[in-house]
Design a protein around this ligand. Structure first.
Ligand code: 1CP
Length: 347
């Protein structure tokens, strides 16, 4: 046991992530810090924009802890965004209200890639994130473990080339087909930066790292192997200090490849059944997920039944979560019913 573990009051999340058995599954929710909480909306209203909020470590720490106080989930996730990495590499963005991120400058040429900052130098530009981790760790005072995260290289690449959110990311995919050599060069630099960044997150208190490959599902299996899994693998191999969760949204086709990585936990969306996922990954990995966030629009009895069905279908070696982030317009009471159902369940 490490020092952080011995001082944790509730370490059920970390114990399950490391493969230990417990009497119930742990639960946390992607986007648990967010608009579903009135106290988050109040805090957010004090800042002109989302980026200003992120650049304020004490506020980020407060947002991180709000869902622990309000919902009693078993882990905190540092309030930040995956887009801080492209920004630290030299591509600033605006978070446009109701539209999403917009990058005035994107990656199109070899020179653009050469001009990027990467590795330790890029990691140096995210001191405000490490400060948020240190404050959070201090204020959490061992109540629950703290999750650090980053976007997986392909998802970061997609934003850097596309310059904004997209349903198809056709520009980013076009770049993979037309410029495979440059694509690998860019993915390499993102990977180096991500490793340096995550090592510092760990040094500043992250107890587990989750990689978000939000746009995994738009690649073909062959492309996913060539341009995504290869780089995720490098990150998993580099992060030996803490458990790693790989959440590749929509990549059910790559599940066997993901199970072969040096990661302890595999995040799942709702497009696969727990039984099929377990059969395909084998006994070793812990599975995390995978209730459709829209399930929480149902009535409370339906939510309770769905939560119980899910934990029974997964069995042990399972961390309860949704298949993607909470939607901001979900009713807080419905979210609470889901969490409480899991916390009172026993195997
Ligand atoms: O003003 C606001 O409140 C903006 C909403 C918001 C929030 C609350 C954004 C904008 N990001 C976040 C926080 C955030 N982002 C967290 C915090 C911790 C928590 O989960 O509680 C995390 C882990 C992320 C990660 C993130 N950002 C991902 C990966 C997870 C996923 O949702 O797939 C992605 C893709 C982003 C990019 C992003 N951030 C925000 C927006 C609107 C977008 C773009 C999405 C798109 O392209 O459509």
């Amino acid at each position: 046991m490490t020092e952080t573990e011995t001082t944790l009051q509730n370490d059920i999340f970390l114990r399950v992530a490391k493969g230990e058995s417990t009497d119930r599954p742990p639960i946390w929710l992607m986007r648990q810090a967010g608009r579903v909480l009135p106290q988050y909306r109040a805090l957010r209203a004090q800042f002109a924009g989302f980026r200003e909020f992120l650049f304020h470590p004490a506020a980020a720490a407060e947002a991180t802890i709000q869902p622990i106080d309000e919902l009693g989930v078993d882990a905190a996730i540092i309030f930040s965004d995956i887009l801080v990495v492209p920004e630290a590499m030299g591509l600033p963005y605006d978070m446009v209200e109701k539209r999403g991120p917009l990058f005035p400058k994107t990656i199109q040429t070899a020179q653009d890639i050469a001009d990027l900052i990467s590795g330790e130098a890029a990691a140096d530009n995210m001191e405000y994130v490490y400060e948020a981790l240190r404050i959070t760790k201090r204020e959490l005072n061992g109540r629950v473990p703290l999750i650090g995260f980053a976007g997986a290289p392909w998802t970061i690449f997609a934003y850097m080339v596309e310059g904004q959110g997209s349903k198809t990311f056709a520009k980013a995919k076009q770049f993979l087909y037309r410029e495979p050599v440059l694509s690998h060069l860019l993915l390499e630099r993102i990977t180096d930066t991500t490793i340096a960044y995550l090592k510092r997150k760990i040094a500043n208190g992250a107890d587990l790292i989750q990689l978000f490959d939000s746009w995994a599902g738009i690649l073909s299996p062959a492309q996913y192997r060539e341009f995504a899994t290869r780089y995720i693998s490098k990150i998993c191999d580099a992060l030996t200090e803490v458990p790693v969760t790989v959440f590749s949204k929509g990549a059910w086709f790559a599940l066997e490849d993901i199970a072969a990585l040096n990661c302890q936990v595999i995040g799942l969306d709702w497009n696969i059944t727990p039984q099929e996922a377990r059969a395909r990954v084998g006994e070793r990995p812990v599975l995390q997920g995978n209730l459709d966030p829209c399930f929480l629009y149902a009535d409370h009895d339906t939510i309770r039944a769905g939560a119980l069905q899910m934990v029974q279908d997964f069995g042990p070696k399972h961390i309860v979560n949704l298949g993607h982030g909470l939607y901001p317009d979900l009713d807080l009471e419905s979210v609470r019913v889901f969490v409480d159902t899991i916390k009172t369940y026993r195997y």
